[in-house]
Write a protein that binds this ligand. Structure first.
Ligand SMILES: [Zn+2]
Length: 404
């Protein structure tokens, strides 16, 4: 009975996500908001619609395949079977081998889709720049990194809950906090695995950016340029790090193709994230979120019936974590809604800063161009925005900037 309930929850969860995507897709046919009508001209708008349709068909197939794979694993008690195939090893080694086996399977299933998406869809619309070599190296790197992350996370949870019982709820939260702070500091060196970051060249642009930093007495350790053009024509920018170690990264696509003032506008937005300490401000909620998630895990581990319903002899930490993602899903969705709301507030604040610095028009121009070049969805369904959008829609951002 428990097994049926959990499988139904899984179907409900995937069904919900699937429905939101389809509703969002249908909604794209409706009229665009006035202030974003000029993002695409008639030809480009057709191109965008075709791109959306191609992506839509493709994502339905890939989602169905991945849902079917997960269902087969759950229905056939495959997790318990895999662990039983490894007698004589302790649970850490067993988990590592199972994670490895599952990663091999999911990579084999997902790579053809990823390949098609990159070299057929993105290529057709002129956005792909990835070579076959870069693609396969990325697959290999992602494969290794995901195994390391999943295994370390499982091992930490196993060790803490095994050793400290329910006190581990607090301890695991603290460990995750420390890990996320360390990650915020070393994210750029870590990202070197996938990209190269070079210091921004001296010149007028750099002087303007430094000028902005000096005006507010804010220390930005580095302004770097990321070689995004090795993979895509899309561009992005981000701010990371804490205290004196803040780094702002601009994509080379942005630096090489946009007007100086548009780049300064985008930089001012990222700079505002640093100035208003948005990373620190979002910490309390993410800490609360982690605590709640571990509390649910604690409850789940106290009740071995959940694991035995899927063929295990008792509690299995790795499988409990798989169940956690299904059982805590409604809660996760609610927490997502709140954290996306906080994030969208921060985005508005960062846009407002750039506008007050006198870059409002340039920021609007840059945002429009960024959306156009990425063939972004400029007309998402409001439900999709509330559930999944960490940024306001382009139209919402323009309205807010113009109101300053
Ligand atoms: Zn931002």
């Amino acid at each position: 009975m428990l097994k049926i309930i959990i499988i139904l929850m899984f179907i409900l969860m995937k069904g919900f996500e699937f429905t939101v995507e389809r509703v969002n897709h249908i909604c794209q046919g409706k009229e665009l908001p006035e202030n974003v009508k000029d993002v695409y001209d008639a030809d480009e708008y057709d191109k965008w619609r075709n791109y959306e349709n191609d992506s839509e068909k493709f994502s339905i197939i890939s989602e169905v395949v991945s849902i079917a794979f997960s269902l087969i694993l759950l229905v056939t008690n495959a997790y318990a079977w895999m662990f039983r195939m490894l007698p004589g090893f302790n649970e850490y080694i067993q988990s590592l081998i199972v994670i490895l086996a599952l990663s091999v399977m999911t990579t084999i299933i997902s790579v053809p889709f990823k390949y098609y998406d990159t070299f057929v869809i993105e290529e057709k619309y002129g956005m792909n720049k990835t070579t076959r070599t870069t693609f396969w190296l990325d697959v290999l790197k992602e494969f290794i990194i995901s195994i390391i992350i999943v295994f370390l996370f499982t091992a930490i949870v196993m060790f803490l809950f095994d050793t400290f019982g329910n006190t581990a709820i607090i301890l695991a939260t603290v460990v995750m906090l420390v890990i996320s702070l360390v990650l915020a500091l070393i994210i750029i060196p870590l990202m070197w695995i996938f990209n190269k970051f070079t210091p921004l060249e001296d010149g007028e642009l750099k002087d303007k950016l430094i000028g902005l930093c000096e005006k507010y007495g804010l220390k930005v350790k580095k302004i770097v340029v990321k070689d995004a053009s090795r993979r895509t024509t899309k561009s992005n920018a981000f701010c990371t790090g804490l205290g004196k170690f803040k780094t702002i990264s601009l994509d080379d696509n942005l630096v090489n193709n946009f007007e100086d003032d548009e780049i300064v506008a985008v930089f001012a937005h990222e700079f505002a994230h640093a100035r208003y300490k948005h990373i620190i401000k979002s910490l309390p909620f993410s800490l609360f979120r982690t605590l709640i998630t571990f509390a649910v895990l604690g409850l789940l581990l106290n009740y071995s019936g959940l694991c035995t319903a899927f063929g295990f002899d008792g509690v299995n930490y790795f499988f409990a974590l798989q169940l956690l993602s299904i059982i805590s899903w409604p809660l996760t969705k609610l927490l997502d809604i709140v954290s996306n709301y906080i994030s969208r507030k921060h985005e508005y604040q960062a846009d407002a800063f750039a506008a007050k610095e006198g870059y409002g028009d340039k920021l609007i121009a840059a945002l429009k161009r960024l959306s156009k070049e990425a063939l972004s969805d400029i007309n998402p369904h409001p439900v999709k925005v509330v559930l999944d959008y960490s940024h306001p829609t382009l139209s919402q951002r323009i309205t807010a900037i113009e109101g300053i």
